[in-house]
Design a protein around this ligand. Structure first.
Ligand code: 3H9
Length: 685
């Protein structure tokens, strides 16, 4: 049973109980349909309240059913059935009313919600548009402008905004069930509002559609659903209700079967699975009630900010008082900028800052649960920090390093109780980037590893377990991206052409402009360390730029030139001359966008397959998450490995062989060749 019906005087209380998120499975749709029929027939019922058990109102259609043929009763019919019920329905919302959940609520005559509820149509995030009248009824309730914003971004609104825009009729403080029943009963004494299907849409200026289309297209970066969703809202303003409904349904069905929707569903489930790695089933994490960060630079301050956002008290340790002050000032800047961007209130910023103690005194860490080191990337400096930590911290406190490319086992070589040690690799800026690579050593205890994943959940990060190698998962693939980008320059492409091609693929930035933004000096430092280890990193042109102190935007030029105070990349004659000089020996050829993309992306797939084969990543979808959340790989392509499977592994193997024959890439790996037959990254030992 997914539904319970109780009588509360003349109000029927319909409670949905379909864990985990009350998604609208076929069984639930049928139960709701039957409830509408039986309650209409019941003379003792005057009104109906629809409420949910568990942590949320209806979170939407059941995404698991999207891969199967649609089964009746279809959601648009169910919403219409509720809307036409002879007894008025009131949706009582707690948690989230999302997608089909909001569409059901729009079919109800009234909507009430608790103050913390959030309400939205996030379908575009799954590569689809609302398919049960969301784009047609919502503009009739809140107007086309807010409706367009909600359906094209997928961002939910708060209960307060929903109330102010007429999306909900009341906010219920206190007990939702009682408040909703009282509301529904009181409404019986007033004349009923028209069902949304019978209302008109407020007019909107024609120029609005032109401007909004441009904004949506530029934000979408190759993703189809947002513009199609805008098209549906526009149709709702220009056509009658039935025509607009048919248009929306047609668009929904087309997109539901699209590769982009399949990719976005893949990411949706991968993100959730990432939080619960099967190898940690049954392992209890340690409790986390306090945290400390060692080092208040950009990385350390970002980590401290994200810990505070999760409500943890934070101790920030630096080597001397001026460094403590700088660390606290970095944190203040992070919070102030969040206030400026309207993300948090000044009060919240003050509260977050007041929860941070800055100190030089390690003895204050004696009772802390998790300590994260984010000092200079030097193994001796880090060892010294962990020497002090292992002397003062509790033996069961989790000690973590944020190193991005040193070997965590070397850092932890001398600590006491090494089973509590782990790598937690945050990405910069740590309070913004979602990815967290979790790197256990051979001695890390399962409970420590589980604590890393529990911390990721607390911080709303996407955790991916990574094995130890140079660069772990993400930076190891990034090295290949950058090397390939340079190979292209040597073979006749320009930095502009490479960046442009990668943006057309869906990346937010090309590899050269991204290096100019982050600074070329960091990678130069890593290459120096690699050479000291006897490796021969490939970056002939980047090395020449660094020798000229062209470190990127911060030094006024890198791969591109920059005018003072202007971040627009401009072609550089200096760089063009360096490339021409370095490319003297390399055969030149013309490059189109598809060729550039293949020359960058396919070697990334090749490296990723080695990472899988070496078990540095345990699952192909973990690599997808690393690329999406750490490097801006287009989510709608499903990540690097999902893209590779869709493109065809056999085709990739053949293309890599051609590139390798021209000296433009490594030959395909054994795993890639093995997977070419099945077309999937599934392998057995
Ligand atoms: C839609 O509605 C289309 C309609 O317009 C038209 C139809 C005709 N279905 O996120 P969590 C599972 S499209 C199936 O960790 P939280 C999830 O996989 C839909 N399963 O919880 C996980 O399973 P497991 C539009 C779903 O508390 C478990 O629930 N709606 C669905 O952190 C817990 O999830 C959306 O896009 C689903 N719709 O966050 C909303 N949703 O435990 C998507 C979740 O086995 N959902 N699951 O790993 C969310 O945004 C969050 O789940 C929510 C709760 C905010 C609700």
């Amino acid at each position: 049973m997914t539904l319970i019906i109780e009588r509360k005087g003349d109000v029927a209380l319909v409670t949905i109980d379909n864990p985990p998120v009350n998604a609208l499975s076929q069984a639930l749709r049928q139960d709701l349909w039957d409830a509408a029929e039986s309650l209409d027939a019941d003379p003792l019922v005057g009104a109906v309240v629809l409420i949910c058990e568990g942590r949320t109102f209806i979170a939407g259609a059941d995404v698991i059913e999207f891969g199967k043929p649609p089964m009746p009763p279809h959601l648009p019919d169910l919403v219409a059935r509720i809307e036409m019920a002879t007894k008025p329905w009131t949706a009582a919302i707690h948690g989230s009313a999302l997608g089909g959940g909001l569409e059901v609520a729009l079919g109800c005559r009234f909507r009430v919600a608790v103050p913390k509820a959030s309400i939205g149509l996030p379908e575009v995030r799954l590569g689809i548009v609302p398919g049960a009248g969301g784009t047609v009824r919502l503009p009739r309730l809140v107007g086309p402008v807010l409706a367009a914003e909600m359906v094209t971004t997928g961002t939910p609104v708060t209960a307060q905004k929903a109330r102010s825009q007429g999306l909900i009729d009341a906010i219920i403080e206190g007990d939702l069930e009682k408040g909703a029943i009282d509301f529904a009963r009181a409404a019986l004494d007033q004349s009923l509002p028209l069902p949304l299907s019978q209302r008109g849409v407020p007019p909107v200026d024609a120029a609005f559609w032109e401007t909004t289309s441009k904004t949506v297209a530029s934000r979408a970066k190759g993703e189809d659903a947002p513009l199609r969703a805008l098209g549906c809202v526009r149709k709702a303003t220009e056509a009658d209700f039935e025509t607009a409904m048919a248009f929306e349904r047609q668009t929904f069905l087309e997109l539901r079967g699209s590769p982009q929707a399949a990719a976005l569903r893949h990411v949706f489930f991968a993100e959730r699975a990432a939080l619960r790695p099967p190898e940690l089933a049954g392992v209890e994490p340690r409790s986390i009630r306090s945290a400390a960060v060692i080092g208040g630079g950009t990385m350390g301050a970002g980590i401290a900010a994200t810990l505070r956002e999760a409500g943890l008290p934070v101790t920030l340790v630096e080597r001397d008082e001026p460094a403590v002050d700088r660390g606290l000032s970095n944190l203040r800047s992070i919070f102030e900028s969040a206030v400026k961007r309207g993300k948090i209130s000044p009060e919240t910023a003050a509260e977050r800052l007041s929860g941070i103690v800055g100190t030089t005194d390690y003895s204050l860490l004696a009772r802390i649960d998790v300590v994260i080191e984010a000092v200079f990337e030097d193994v001796d400096v880090k060892r010294e920090v962990f020497g002090k930590l292992s002397a003062v911290c509790r033996p069961d406190a989790v000690l973590a390093t944020n190193t991005s490319y040193l070997d965590p086992q070397q850092i932890a070589a001398h600590i006491k109780c090494p089973e509590r040690f782990i790598g937690l690799h945050f990405f910069s800026p740590a309070h913004v980037m979602k990815l967290l690579e979790i790197v256990p050593t051979a001695k890390t205890a399962p409970a420590t590893l589980a604590t890393g994943f529990a911390l990721a959940r607390m911080l709303s990060k996407i955790p991916v377990r990574a094995g130890i190698c140079d660069g772990f998962i993400g930076n190891r693939i990034l090295k290949v991206t950058r090397a390939q980008a340079e190979r292209l320059l040597l073979a006749g492409a320009t930095p502009q052409a490479v960046d442009q091609a990668m943006r057309s693929f869906g990346l937010p930035m090309g590899p050269f402009e991204a290096q100019d933004l982050g600074g070329l000096d960091i990678a130069a430092f890593q290459r120096k360390a690699a050479r000291a280890r006897g490796e021969t990193p490939f970056a002939p042109i980047a090395e020449r730029l660094c020798a000229l102190e062209r470190f990127g935007q911060k030094s006024g030029g890198g791969w591109f030139d920059y005018a003072k105070g202007d971040r627009t990349p401009k072609q550089s004659e200096v760089v063009a001359d360096i490339i021409a000089g370095e490319a003297r020996e390399t055969p030149q050829r013309a490059w189109d966008q598809a060729g550039i993309i293949d020359c960058v992306v396919l070697p990334m797939v090749n490296e990723a397959s080695k990472i899988l084969n070496e078990k540095v990543a345990l699952r192909a979808e973990d690599i997808d998450l690393v690329e999406i959340h750490g490097y801006g790989f287009p989510r709608w392509r499903g990540g690097l490995m999902h893209y590779a499977e869709g493109r065809g592994i056999a085709d990739i193997v053949a293309s890599l062989e051609e590139l390798a024959a021209e000296g433009l890439a490594e030959p395909p790996s054994d795993l890639l060749c093995r997977c070419a037959k099945s077309g999937q990254f599934v392998f057995t030992d």
